[in-house]
Design a protein around this ligand. Sequence first.
Ligand code: HPA
Ligand code: ZN
Length: 340
Amino acid sequence: MNVLTRFIEAMPKAELHLHIEGTLEPEMMIALAERNGIQLPYADVEAVRRAFAFGSLQDFLDVYYAGMSVLVTSRDFFDLAFAYLTRMHAQNVQHVEIFFDPQGHTARGVSFDTVLSGLVDALERGKRDYGMTSKLIMCILRHLPEEDAFATLKAACRCRDHIFAIGLDSSEMGHPPSKFSRVYREAREQGFVAVAHAGEEGPPSYVCEALDDLQVKRIDHGNRAFEDADLVQRMVRDQVPMTICPLSNKRLQVCPDLTHHPLKRMLRAGLLVTVNSDDPSYFGGYITDNFLEIAGALELDRNDIIQLGRNAFVSSFLNDQEKQTSLDAFDQFVERFSWK
Ligand code: HPA
Ligand code: ZN
């Protein structure tokens, strides 16, 4: 095995852009459909896999929302999340910050508490069994009205202890961050940290809106920010973390050919970029696969990988002391790694 591959596999990692519903593997989708008596538009695992050919973000979202219809009970959410944590433990992931989409469930009659209790139980078990730390980020579906977002925020306020941050996902074009300025203001006042997907398909101005109107602490994706030199300069100056998802970018045609992916240029420009999986079941790989593919496509060297690995802990919402402990452990790992 190539030494850089060995390093990437063994490196302590943090994942900051991961939709838990996007970890639903076809096998689990079919099994849960059976367990819950849900009719899927796919007859078997192969049919599910055939549906995973996406021309755009919207193509993916249509399949993603259909897939999540099999998640009904707290046990389903527990099983989904714990399967992800188990995989991440095997990939030396130490810390995860996980998105969930309550509106994708409440709209089908599955309660907010059902979703949250299953996820929280899984995260607690992950901490107990694997020593893995975690945060939950509740996403607002941006294609739905502001009113629905406010109702979802109200539910989150009742579960303040379990939800760290608020995020924004789903169909980006035509749904700019500013649509949710008032929701985010309320969320920040309630003590939630703010993040948002921006600049995945949407223009650089959407990234500016996320920063200015929503006052986010991190940009999810943000690829298109790289088109605007002033914005890049600002994000470098302020060291705004960006959660880049290479295999997602490839599969959603944001950047179909990873040899042209901007990650390396972003890194060289001084942007605080990280590598993540987004919806690993749908996009063909978990965090290690994302590192391996982008490292190969862009011929990243060991210093690039070390920088990307460190950036994830720096960009996380761990507190200062936890961050320092994680970074010390990371640096010690690098120092002791045998490059021969
Ligand atoms: N973008 C927008 N919405 C999403 C994504 C994404 O990458 N994944 C799940 N919902
Ligand atoms: Zn995402």
